[in-house]
Design a protein around this ligand. Structure first.
Ligand code: ZN
Length: 132
């Protein structure tokens, strides 16, 4: 892959939620996988753009941030099930912890996750917020 193509690919994945869909069993996986966990070598995995919408399956309110993170506390860490099926662990933002509910519809929001690290890099990623 050329540098430009790689950069575009990174951009695409930075601002959209991509999973991998298996051509064989139609299973959708997130994060994307190279090999289908059900079909193994029979499956061919393709990029699948996800809606970024889902619902809260379970959550917990975290009062102490992991070492090295300066997150606002308390914050909400949830397992979200995407409409396409995969589940992921994510932070829920733009809502008071006491207002988060199981089954609440949420959507992906892309933002800076880390302002600066030892190398001066800014990392982007997703969090989830209540769906409008
Ligand atoms: Zn498969």
């Amino acid at each position: 892959m050329t540098g430009i193509a790689a950069a575009w690919r990174r951009m695409k994945h930075r601002y959209n939620l991509y999973g991998a869909k298996c051509e064989n069993c139609k299973g959708v996986y997130f994060p994307p996988r190279i090999i289908c966990p059900s079909c193994r070598r029979k499956g061919k995995m393709n990029d699948e753009k996800l809606s970024g919408k889902g619902k809260v399956i379970t959550f917990s309110v975290v009062h102490a941030p992991p070492e090295g993170y300066s997150l606002e506390i308390p914050y909400v860490l949830a397992i979200v099930e995407l409409n396409e099926g995969p589940r992921l662990t994510t932070q829920i933002v733009d809502v008071k912890p006491e207002d988060v509910q199981i089954g609440m519809p949420v959507e992906a929001a892309f933002r800076k996750l880390v302002e600066q690290n030892a190398h001066g890099l800014i990392h982007y990623g997703y969090k989830f917020r209540p769906a409008k």
